[in-house]
Structures are given as C-alpha cells and as structure tokens.
Design a protein around this ligand. Structure first.
Ligand code: ATP
Ligand code: MG
Length: 447
C-alpha cells in the first residue's frame, strides 16, 4: 500500500480527496495546513504528497520548497485553480512533480498519482541497481579457501534473509564491515539504504544527534532540523560500527530502538517509528565489557541475536594467497608475486589481519623495482614486525616440529656467523648432526 499525504486547508476538498485516494486503495493522511504537512513528512515516509497551492500562511510553493530539504525524493503534486496555473508552474520550477487543475475528476487524479508512483518506482529501481552494483562490488569480498570463511559465508546467507539483529565480532581489519555490507546486499532490504555509523569516531552528544536527528534549535549549532541515520536507513540496514564505544545514555536509547523501534529526535518529544535492521560490529570482548559493567547486558543480548565471528587471518592462512591475488588485481598492475614472497606471507603472524595484508601488497606494488614482487620486497614491508619472534610464534602455532628445528638451527647459525662448531656446541648436538641437517634442508649462508 502506498502512503499519500494530502494537504488542503479546505475541509470539504481535503476530505473528498482523501476519500477518493483511499477508495483507490492508498493509505492517506490528511493535514489542514502546510506547516502540519511538512511536520508529517519530517516524521513519516510518504510515497506522494498532494498539496493545495493557495493556503493561508504556508503556501503550496512553500511546502514544495520545505519538502525539497526534508525529503527530496518524495514527489509533490500541487492542486491549482485555473487562475493560479502560473503559480503552479512556478511550483514545478521549485521541484514539484506535476500539477492538477481544479475541478478534476477521480480519473484524472488517478492518472497523475500513477505517474508519480512510476517516478518513485523508477527512483527505487535506480537505487536498487546501484545496490546491485555494490553487490557486485561486494564480490570484492574474497572468501578464500578456508573452512572458517566458508562457515562465515553460510552464516551470512542465512542471516541476510532474517530481520534479526546481528553482532559481527572479530579483530581489527578482519573484514567485519565487508560482512555487514554482504548481509545487507544479499538480503531483501538491498534496494533500501545501507547506512554505516562509526560509534567510536564521534563524541557521544554528536553521535546521538547523528543517530536520531535533531530539531532546529535543539542545541546551539542546530540551525536546521536534521534527520538522523535511523530515519535515513528506514526500510534498510544501519551498521553501528564499534558499538562498544557508546556511553551509558546512548546504550539505553539504542536499547529502546531495538525493543520498540521508536525514538525521538534531540529536542523533540514526537516519537518516530522506523523499520531498520540493526547490524553492529565490535573488536572488543563484549561479554567482558558486560562483566566489567561498561556495556549493558540487556543491550548485549538484544544485539547478539545472531553472532558472526570473523576469524583472524592467522587462523586461516589458506586465504592469504587468494586475498593477496585479489589485492594485486585491485592495484591494477601486472606485477606478479614470486613464490618465495608468498612463502614469507604465509609465515607472518598478521596482527593487523586482512587490512595489513592489503597495505603490504599495495606498498610492495609501489616499491617493487621489477615485474615480480620478491620475498625481500615483502619482508621489508613487514619491517620490524616481521621479526624472528613473529615467525617463531607462527611456527609454534602451526608448523611441524621439523620446521621449528630448522628455524632454530638457521637462527643460531646466523647468530654465530655460520661458525658450525660453535653452533653445534651451543645447540648441544654434534657437528656431524648439524652438517647433516644443513645438507638435508639445503641451508645456505645467504639464501
Ligand atoms: N574477505 C575479504 N576480501 C577482500 N577484502 C577484504 C576482506 N576482508 C577484509 N578486506 C579488506 O580489508 C580492509 C579491512 O576490512 P574491514 O574494514 O571490513 O575490517 P574491519 O574488521 O571492519 O576492521 P576494523 O575493526 O579496523 O574496523 C578493507 O579494505 C577490506 O576491503
Ligand atoms: Mg570496521
């Protein structure tokens, strides 16, 4: 059912218009003044506004102008008497969609309403196509070869079609935001807005008006009324990035939105109702924040209806190669990755996860002097972080015992300037054993 707002100061005209439109199966709200009408649009979403031109105080043109600011997408049709057609044309210059001349028949009204809805649909279709584009962009989302990410993908498919709130957890740079986008663009809300808000980037006062909007004059810098992100996201998805950073007061307000789907703009008492799917991310340990009292337990449970945990890159090293290839391709260069460069990537511990991998590949592409990225190009990018300690940690976690042994021997040889007797002695093994191992692993002084 379409939602139409009718604005006319004359009771008879307003009521008959509302009746006719309701008779055609639309949901109609009627207001007796321009001021009231503008207010209605600022708290509700309409598919069409029909307004009389000549009204005391706020005229139809003023309504058109005001609505351009509040909701530029809603088409406005002005009703005009023969004498005011010139004004109707002026209204169209201000952005009215069309005008209809009094007196008119129900059929003529139907035609114009249909035309307006076609426009609405076209715009939505457009948005949808843009969404599709983004969806294709979210093919940027490399799943890789790991079973861990296959599990994440299965969860995304399932959760995308559900209206439930999703909490996406995982370390910094693991791809939580990409998961949130995939949830939106693979679900039924894909043609509606996806709105991301970083809760850590804004102070709590600013965040509140960002999320819920504010009335003009609500605070000193509020020179204009503004819709909050929850309103902008109506019908779609809101991503609350780093949700753990909200203060107590905002947590309470968010809880209410989740429970009642209702909130008020800052400086207003009028409740606004929206249909928004909430997705939140955090790289903090929320249960712990709950235990420590910095995060509301009830809010935690409201957010964590579905949990998708994105594992650290180190636990899915199978994904390193496909991700590296993806970032190489994205860089637009023809440069290749040498096999031993990949080897270095596979041994690294990835504290910065996928974002770090992306940075390292980008850097190597820029700095590499030949057509291939070498192990040295990569290792220099990893800098101090790519330390023996980092490698050792990775080996301890994953590698077969023999590789650890090889690592220790190589390190000790380096440390002692490849003096084989000293090395053997410091490892408490025989020189012959050491030589055997050097031969077996083909260890070289300057590989
Ligand atoms: N699976 C993936 N496929 C392709 N690119 C990825 C993938 N995962 C992460 N990235 C890229 O890595 C970078 C970090 O990803 P994202 O911003 O989603 O991480 P995050 O978990 O939200 O990080 P933070 O906790 O720092 O906010 C982005 O540039 C993103 O495109
Ligand atoms: Mg993020």
């Amino acid at each position: 059912m379409r939602r139409i707002l009718v604005i006319d100061d004359k009771d008879l005209m307003r009521e008959s218009l509302a009746d006719t439109l309701q008779g055609s199966g639309h949901a109609v709200i009627a207001c007796a003044s321009g001021e009231e009408g503008v207010k209605a649009v600022s708290v509700n979403n309409f598919d069409l506004v029909i307004t009389d031109l000549k009204m005391p105080k706020m005229s139809g043109i003023d309504v058109v102008k005001a609505l351009r600011k509040i909701d530029p997408d809603v088409p406005v049709v002005v009703i005009t008497a023969y004498a005011t057609i010139a004004t109707a044309v002026a209204a169209m210059k201000e952005g009215a969609f069309d005008y209809i001349q009094k007196p008119f028949k129900a059929d003529a009204l139907d035609v114009i309403v249909k035309k307006a809805f076609e426009l609405v649909d076209l715009r939505r279709e457009n948005e949808y196509l843009r969404g599709e584009l983004k969806d294709r962009l979210s093919e940027e989302f490399v799943l890789g070869n790991s079973s861990a990410m296959a599990g994440v993908a299965r969860l995304i498919e399932k959760a995308a079609t559900s209206p439930a709130t999703v909490l996406i957890t995982g370390g910094s740079g693991t791809g939580k935001e990409l998961v949130a986008r995939a949830l939106h663009f693979r679900g039924p809300r894909r043609s509606k807005p996806f709105v991301a808000v970083n809760c850590a980037a804004l102070s709590s006062g600013v965040l509140e008006s960002e999320l819920f909007g504010h009335e003009r004059g609500a605070f000193t810098s509020a020179t204009e009324q503004r819709k909050g992100r929850f309103e902008v996201a109506d019908g779609g998805t809101i991503l609350l990035d780093e949700v753990s950073e909200m203060d107590d007061e905002l947590q309470a307000k968010l809880l209410r939105v989740l429970q009642e789907k209702t909130f008020e703009r800052v400086g207003s008492n009028t409740p606004i109702t929206v249909d928004v799917r909430v997705v939140a991310t955090t790289n903090r340990d929320l249960p712990r924040a709950v235990a420590e009292g910095s995060f509301r337990e009830d809010l935690y449970y409201r957010l964590n209806v579905i949990n998708i945990n994105v594992p650290p890159l180190q636990e899915r090293l199978e994904d390193v190669e496909p991700l590296a290839m993806h970032f190489l391709k994205k860089s637009g260069s023809q440069i290749k990755l040498a096999p031993d460069a990949l080897h270095v990537l596979m041994e690294y511990s990835w504290p910065g996860n996928v974002r770090e991998l992306e940075n390292i590949i980008e850097r190597a592409v820029v700095l590499s002097s030949s057509e291939v990225i070498t192990a040295a190009d990569i290792a220099s990018g990893l800098g101090g972080v790519y330390s023996s300690a980092g490698r050792l940690e990775a080996l301890v976690r994953k590698a077969p015992l023999e590789e650890l042994e090889r690592f220790v021997i190589e390190e000790r040889l380096k440390q002692l300037g490849w003096h084989q007797e000293k090395t053997a002695k410091s490892l408490s093994i025989g020189v012959r054993t050491l030589r055997d191992k050097i031969k077996k692993w083909d260890l070289k002084k300057n590989p």
